[in-house]
Design a protein around this ligand. Structure first.
Ligand SMILES: Cc1ncc(C[n+]2csc(CCOP(=O)(O)OP(=O)(O)O)c2C)c(N)n1
Length: 691
């Protein structure tokens, strides 16, 4: 391109004012140039109208978007969920107006009015791209680094689906994962974890473009980011290329061709760009990163590109027709794939049916019969151990249930014993060794969970959920269903001490909207917790298990563990009207059961409520809630080896808590129970004090 050389001159001299000297006319622009410049100007216009947003990067990367959406990304704008589409991630989510403009132009259900409504209430075009809100957005991005790591999960899921379903002549799943990432993405730690994982796993289906514009919010990246990115990614085992000028569409094309040809190593293409290219006074400056250019400056931009400075949101008719035509290609591509799938279905009816069922988010018939039932006479069992038994009992029914741990499979009991590990050589393996990379594990799980037909689980200690909060929160925002497994859930883990003993984690995880957290009381509740997790839709499930052994509550004597689905239930009632309600989750349920017996000996009627999930309980009818926690019974004691925060809602003004108000200590668990008051005597004493 003619003006491609201008940018080089500009970068070298770094004097944005030079742009005033460039004169362009729409007349002598090719349709490609006209399209690209239309997107640059639309981006500036949309941010200006919203009076907030990030114009600069979108303006600079319009040529890149153009090459991707016209030549490389396989998509059908009329079916954004087509299973074999390439995934596209805008990891630099702040530049989303770029993505919105291309999605609009190539024919997704996103109108020019949607572009004009950028960042307005209930528009499809939120301030950062949101999955489920905007058609064509494969994952919600914005928190830098997440998209980069989500892509690793997308790439893993593609490899898994291909290994499970592709057959000679039926290359059903062969898509690529494209992403645009920025300096901010590469500075975030999660990117290092994810890149290391992707290199190790040889995820050659990853093609990332890094916008090397040397600008972030505080100015030049020289103030904070001077590493050799190319060397770093080579060290991770990536295929690294460099495009000197983001305006050079031929070079971008060639680099993308090379990246596709590289099937073993993940690819990163470092692209030098000039932020706010075309803006005489703002190009190359941090000022164009996160604020509108200003009405006068936008006029100069339009003049620079030969557009009418008085027209806003202007899409030349030939540009509209050109991109619509490009978008239509995808309709035929999907049709061909559908024909391939139909032929596959004839030849491999069982596999096809299996895929269709799991892609629709449905569960196979009869799977619940595989759930183990534990007897009251069985020896004590930690809920992590019960979880391992459950997982292994049902794994055969769910070929697409895949997951692992952050180097803690033996402790979290998440190994699927009859299955291999997922490695660069064996994509059919179902056990994942995420390494000690909790953050990237969570983000990769989100990419996996966003892939129809794949149900991921990932495990570590509850304490280290702290390293995973961004992906947990994003899974909740996206209402997707990864299963986060956390063991070693309290001071009951004992000697590892304060650093490993969760205190505030339950309260803080419960505070995330759309999350269902389940802390089962014993082995049978654990089986039911897995059932609910697999059936649950609309957000992630967090399963919280003990390290220490727990008695098994006799199913013939007490209420059935199936009640776990209601979040809380009367596990054991008093013969007479209860004077006090004892409630607990997880390991503390058997403690309050003992306290109930002791209180009964003293003539005090106590009801025991097992409350494994606050969120599930909140979804129940008012009548059901009243049946478990009658308003008339205000003497209530909650027992949980965690922060009391939040329990007061259930304990009323006349109730109390036995919880943790300090950090724990390093000691054998039994000593800690005594020290912190998690004993039958103390619970009985506190209950009596209420009366
Ligand atoms: C985890 C996270 N931290 C901070 C931010 C706020 N933020 C948005 S963009 C940005 C950095 C911008 O620099 P760069 O990534 O190079 O993007 P560019 O300016 O080139 O568009 C920051 C700090 C964020 N979105 N996510």
């Amino acid at each position: 391109m003619a003006y491609g050389r201008q940018i080089l001159k500009h970068i070298k001299t770094n004097q944005p004012k030079q742009y005033n000297t460039v004169k362009m006319s729409t007349q002598n622009q090719s349709i490609e140039e006209l399209g690209i410049n239309t997107v640059r100007i639309l981006s500036a216009d949309a941010v200006q109208k919203a009076n907030s947003g990030h114009p600069g990067t979108a303006m600079a990367l319009a040529p890149l978007g153009h090459v991707l959406w016209t030549e490389f990304i396989n998509y059908n704008p009329k079916n954004p969920h087509w299973a074999n589409r390439d995934r596209f991630i805008l990891s630099a989510g702040h530049a989303c107006i770029l993505q919105y403009n291309f999605l609009h132009l190539v024919g997704y259900d996103l109108s020019l009015d949607d572009i004009k409504n950028f960042r307005q209430l209930h528009s499809k075009t939120a301030g950062h791209p949101e999955y489920g809100l905007c058609p064509g957005v494969d994952v919600t991005t914005g928190p830098l680094g997440q998209g980069f790591a989500n892509g690793v999960g997308f790439a893993i899921a593609q490899k898994h689906l291909a290994a499970r379903y592709n057959k000679p002549g039926f290359d059903l799943f062969n898509y690529h994962v494209y992403a645009i990432c920025s300096d901010g993405d590469l500075m975030e730690g999660v990117t290092s974890e994810a890149a290391s994982m992707a290199g190790h796993l040889e995820l050659g289906n990853i093609i990332y473009l890094y916008d090397d514009n040397k600008i972030s919010i505080e100015g030049s990246t020289d103030i904070a980011f001077t590493e050799d990115v190319d060397a770093r990614f080579r060290a991770y085992g990536w295929h690294v290329q460099h495009v000197e000028d983001a305006n050079d569409t031929h070079a971008l094309h060639q680099a993308l061709v090379n990246a596709k040809a590289e099937v073993k190593r993940p690819s990163i293409i470092r692209v030098r760009s000039l932020i706010a290219y075309g803006s005489p006074n703002k190009a190359g400056t941090a000022g164009s990163h996160g604020s509108p250019l200003g009405a006068e400056e936008i006029k100069l931009v339009k003049q620079f590109f030969g557009f009418d400075p008085e027209k806003s949101f202007y899409v030349p008719s030939e540009v509209e027709a050109y991109y619509q035509e490009k978008g239509k290609k995808g309709i035929t591509t999907e049709q061909k794939w559908n024909e391939l799938f139909a032929a596959y279905k004839e030849k491999f009816p069982e596999l096809a049916a299996e895929y269709e069922l799991s892609a629709a988010g449905k569960l196979p018939a009869g799977w619940k019969d595989k759930l183990p039932v534990f007897k009251g006479s069985d020896p004590k069992m930690a809920t992590r151990q019960a979880s391992g038994k459950v997982l292994n009992a049902i794994a055969g029914s769910f070929p697409n249930l895949i997951g692992g741990a952050a180097d803690l499979a033996p402790s979290t009991e998440t190994n699927l014993k009859e299955y291999d590990s997922f490695t660069s050589e064996n994509r059919a393996g179902r056990n994942f060794h995420f390494g000690i990379r909790e953050h990237a594990m969570g983000s990769a799980m989100n990419g996996m969970a966003l892939t129809a037909g794949v149900v991921p689980f990932g495990a570590t200690f509850l304490m280290f959920s702290e390293y995973m909060r961004p992906p947990i929160r994003l899974a909740a925002i996206m209402k997707i269903n990864p299963i986060f497994v956390y063991t070693h859930d309290s001071i009951g883990l004992g000697e590892d001490g304060t650093t490993h003993q969760p205190i505030e984690q339950l309260a803080s995880l419960r505070s995330i909207p759309n999350v269902v957290l389940i802390r089962p009381a014993d082995a049978n509740e654990t089986a039911q917790a897995w059932r609910v997790a697999l059936e649950h839709k609309g957000g992630p499930t967090i399963l919280v298990f003990t390290r220490q052994g727990l008695p098994i509550l006799d199913q013939d004597k007490y209420a059935k563990a199936e009640n776990l689905e209601k979040g809380a239930y009367v596990l054991s009632d008093s013969e007479k009207t209860p004077q006090v309600i004892l409630m607990a989750t997880g390991s503390e349920v058997s403690l309050i059961m003992q306290a109930q017996a002791k209180l009964a000996e003293e003539g005090i009627a106590a009801r025991v409520v097992s409350m494994p999930s606050w969120e599930l309980f909140e979804k129940q009818s008012a009548e059901y809630k009243e049946s478990v926690l009658p308003k008339a019974i205000k003497k209530r004691l909650a027992v949980e080896m965690a922060s009391p925060m939040g329990w007061h809602k259930y304990t009323t003004d006349e109730g109390d808590t036995v919880c943790m108000t300090t950090f724990g200590e390093s000691a054998p668990a039994d000593e800690l129970y005594k020290y912190f008051g998690f004993t039958v005597d103390n619970v009985v004493k506190k209950a009596k004090a209420l009366l």
